[in-house]
Design a protein around this ligand. Structure first.
Ligand code: PLP
Length: 458
């Protein structure tokens, strides 16, 4: 009972975990991290192929950020931004984020997590429409397989069953439209352009059915992460934006994963030609050294909030730790390091190699699709490459493969649709990319042997 494994089982409720399985098998306990590697309690080293949860952009244990945190904590261990108070690192960070943003942002609101950021977006979209005298314009359109977090409003946006089922997520105000995964949802013989046109048509029909005057916003990740690393087909976001503009519907970009270099550009919006009205960022904002997220809003949204406050008084939203001075100082230093070290230049240099190595797995007997952009990607398992038929869900082929990756010194994760994702720290080198995929190839071969031995594949 004294081992950390037993005490973990006894005391910790784990997020996004198969609880019954965890109670039987216990945790993998990580005790240390450095660069692209983490180390478990047994002293074994792993390449962190997911940068933790898509977040440790500059890797683990970045000394500059550690020093910044210590300095900032010594200067001001905490202060808040409520009721007209402000702290200097937050002012600096807001100014920096606005200068970087892929749209003309007016103000930046700080929170602690992506979920809180997206909850804030939902509340702001409603508040904005109340403020401009459109109290019926409230619904949000999200997408099947989108992931926007787990707080009450964010879970309603999320379009993946496991994050909703059983939680009685209130979903009356959220509508879900199609997932733009051409490989999986393209009809037989349908071109990519025809697929995009069909999805755009469905979005238009949804808006017409509900009434544009009832819909406040559309929210999307430029590339769906947890939904399976779904890279949108060419023309998709252009078509969506045209429809939204015509119907006076805000575009909220969820850049929680894509932001800060993951797709190759600073923001996924730039990679895919999106000009949003509001944007949520988190994760890479501090390279996950401390929790912080931010919501950026347009001048039009802020102007209405400001007008409204003349009569309504206090803008009644905020988190105790939103804009924590230590987290803000670390995030600011992180963004400076992005520039000083030309992280985007590095991503541009290594991403083509990452994509080439990743896509080579499409030739493997178990892999139907290998896809990605920048330094993110996924491979999708299929039982039949010709028909794209998937393994029956309980087979857990991707989960088996992820467990074999651990044997071979690689941490990665399953994502929706029986797929395994890759999103390593952005500092990964070309040779480390080779090593990561060499380890994955061994795990994949183990998986093929297991699949054949269990009769899942003839
Ligand atoms: N949005 C996206 C696109 C995410 O991937 C995530 C988390 O993975 C979130 C929102 C929620 O962020 P958090 O877990 O910090 O609440």
């Amino acid at each position: 009972m004294n081992s950390p494994y037993a005490r973990d089982i006894a005391h910790v409720l784990h997020p996004t975990t198969d609880l019954a399985r965890h109670a039987r098998e216990g945790a993998q306990i990580i005790v240390r991290g450095q660069g692209i590697h983490v180390y478990d309690l047994e002293g074994k080293a792993y390449i962190e192929g997911m940068a933790g949860l898509w977040c440790a952009a500059l890797g683990f244990g970045e000394e500059e950020l550690i020093a910044e945190a210590a300095n900032a904590m010594r200067t001001l261990s905490f202060y808040h931004n409520f009721a007209g108070k402000a702290v200097l690192p937050v002012i600096d960070l807001a100014e920096k984020l606005k200068a970087m943003a892929p749209f003309p942002a007016s103000k930046v609101f700080f929170a602690n997590s992506g979920s809180e950021g997206n909850d804030t977006q939902v509340k702001l979209a409603r508040y904005y429409n109340n403020a401009r005298g459109k109290p019926a314009k409230k619904k949000i359109i999200a997408r099947e397989r989108g992931y926007h977090g787990v707080t009450a409003a964010a879970a309603a946006l999320t379009g993946i069953a496991v994050f909703r089922d059983g939680f009685d997520v209130a979903s009356g105000e959220v509508l879900h439209t199609d997932c733009p995964h051409y490989y999986r949802y393209g009809a037989p013989g349908e071109s990519e352009a025809a697929f995009v046109a069909r999805l755009a048509g469905n979005l238009e029909k949804l808006i017409a059915r509900e009434g544009a005057d009832t819909i406040a916003a559309f929210i999307a990740e430029p590339v769906m992460g947890g939904g399976g690393v779904i890279v949108p087909p060419a023309g998709y976001f252009e078509a969506v934006q045209r429809i939204l503009k015509r119907n006076d519907i805000l575009f909220i970009a969820d850049e929680v994963i894509c932001g800060f270099g993951r797709t190759g550009a600073m923001f996924g919006c730039e990679t895919f030609g999106i000009v949003p009205d509001a944007m949520t960022v988190a994760k890479g904002l501090s390279s996950a050294h401390l929790p912080i997220s931010a919501v950026l809003i347009s001048e039009e949204i802020f102007a209405r909030l400001l007008d409204h406050s003349e009569t309504a008084g206090v803008f009644g939203h905020g988190f105790t730790y939103g804009g924590h001075p230590v987290c803000a100082a670390v995030a600011l230093r992180n963004l400076e390091l992005f520039e000083e070290r030309d992280i985007l230049g590095h991503v541009a240099a290594v991403a083509p190699h990452f994509q080439e190595r990743l896509r080579a797995f499409a030739g493997h007997a178990l892999i139907g699709d290998a896809r990605g952009v920048g330094l993110m990607g996924a491979v999708e398992f299929v039982a039949d490459k010709a028909t794209r038929k998937q393994f029956a869900a309980p087979a857990g082929v991707a989960a088996y493969c992820v467990a074999r990756c651990v044997d071979h010194g690689l941490i990665t994760r399953t994502v929706a649709g029986d797929a395994v994702a890759f999103a390593p720290p952005l500092i990964i080198t070309r040779s480390e990319i080779d090593e990561m995929f060499a380890r994955f190839a061994r795990a994949l071969d183990d998986t093929e042997r297991w699949v054949r031995a269990t009769g899942l594949l003839p």
